[in-house]
Ligand binder design. Structure first.
Ligand code: SAH
Length: 380
């Protein structure tokens, strides 16, 4: 297995790198950050303040037609229309769960498809003024079509890596998701926990995150964005120096022997190296790293595993999300029982580790990562 950790497109043999696909037809103008728009404006012979205006339409207001950009000169709009399209991908299918979860299958126009998931969460928060009901709506975003990381229990891994997503393809997921929201709903949080390993598409991810968080862009607070990684160590530290997003690490095992099997990237960056890196990450005050731990029956859910986890994470500012396994056909794993998950949580808490049980969402709509794609592929 070849693991690609830099921004260069990695493709299965016989396929073309992602840039070929992206450049087919007009280019997505949402590939362009403010400095690219500055260059574009200069090339077009327009005045420099137009770059911010254009960014405002593209990322702030999220319009989908150049004709809507009424304060831009008509000839410039025609120039843009001639050279660019706005946004990538189209929602080909929406699966709606009875729990409010909506799973979008986004087709990318070159035969590839990715998934984004809208997950509403209601929770009670204790405030000095009493209990308050919070409605969060999280968008789970993809960073690659498929994935090369080969985690044994993950449905997307079975696809292998098809290609990296372009910047416009990453940010367009937000605009496509917004169209599926009711009038009184708005996205409050963003997690890169969909298809792909975000840090294996590093440069495009960082550019997309910059668009999402800049004042000239979408103006989203970086504190509301979480990048989840299987543990690409060199990129983890770099990421936080470039964009102060939150980071989540998919741990899933407490010994190298087991993690080598569940998440083979562990052979390159074993637990000790990964956790040392986590300990060095430049976190904000009171910020903690989330460690994800998928509970697999008789594989990683023993009392000893829980005790080892407490020891491993003791030197770190971390918290644990215990995740129910989302079963899929041919997975070869079963999820732990609720009782086993609760016992595991109790041990972590006794060890002074914050541990939250993540309830499965969208079970009735094949919510396991990669499942909707697999179903569509099977249907042809
Ligand atoms: N590649 C990144 C982000 C995408 S996966 C990462 O590994 O973190 C997002 C999360 O879903 C990871 O914690 C992953 O381990 C978990 N996951 C994958 N398949 C799952 C399944 N079948 N059931 C439950 N969680 C799963």
């Amino acid at each position: 297995m070849k693991l690609e950790v830099e921004g260069t497109p990695q493709v299965a043999s016989g396929e073309q790198p992602s840039n070929f696909n992206i450049l087919k037809g007009p280019r997505d103008i949402r590939d362009l950050a403010l400095d690219d728009l500055d260059n574009l404006i200069a090339d077009a012979g327009e005045r420099s303040f137009r770059a911010k205006q254009l960014a405002g339409w593209l990322y702030g207001r999220g319009v989908e037609s150049f004709d809507a950009m009424l304060d831009l000169p008509k000839e410039f709009r025609e120039y843009l229309k001639h050279h660019f399209k706005i946004g990538s991908g189209a929602t080909a299918h929406v699966a709606r769960s009875s729990d409010g979860t909506r799973k979008l299958l986004v087709s990318l126009g070159d035969g590839e498809a990715i998934e984004s998931v809208i997950i509403p969460v209601r929770e009670m928060e204790m405030t000095p003024a009493g209990e308050k009901l919070n409605q969060r709506i999280t968008l789970c975003m993809s960073s690659q079509a498929g994935c090369a990381m080969a985690c044994e229990f993950c449905a997307t891994a079975r696809m292998g890596l098809h290609r990296n997503l372009g910047v416009g393809e990453i940010v367009s997921q937000v605009f496509l998701a917004r169209k599926e929201l009711a009038d009184d709903e708005h996205l409050t949080n963003y997690v890169f926990m969909g298809m792909g390993e975000p840090l294996a598409n590093y440069q495009r991810l960082v550019k997309a995150l910059t668009m999402m968080t800049s004042a000239w862009g979408m103006g989203i607070s970086p504190r509301r964005i979480t990048v989840s990684t299987v543990g690409l160590v060199p990129m983890m530290e770099r990421l936080l120096t470039e964009v102060p997003v939150r980071i989540a690490v998919s741990l899933h095992a407490t010994t190298d022997e087991l993690r080598d099997r569940l998440a083979p990237i562990n052979k390159r960056y074993p637990l000790e190296v990964l956790l040392e890196t986590c300990a060095r990450l430049p976190l904000k005050q009171r910020e903690r790293i989330t460690f994800e731990y998928v509970m697999l029956r008789d594989v990683n859910d023993s009392i000893d595993d829980a005790k080892r986890l407490v020891k491993l994470l003791a030197p770190l500012r971390g918290k644990v999300n215990l995740i129910f396994f989302n079963a899929f056909e041919g997975a070869g794993f079963e999820g732990s029982s609720r009782a086993a998950v609760e016992d595991f949580q109790a041990i972590l808490r006794k060890g002074n580790l914050t541990a939250t049980i993540r309830e499965s969402r969208g079970l009735d709509i094949a919510a396991a990562c990669g499942q909707l794609y697999a179903e569509q592929a099977a249907r042809g």
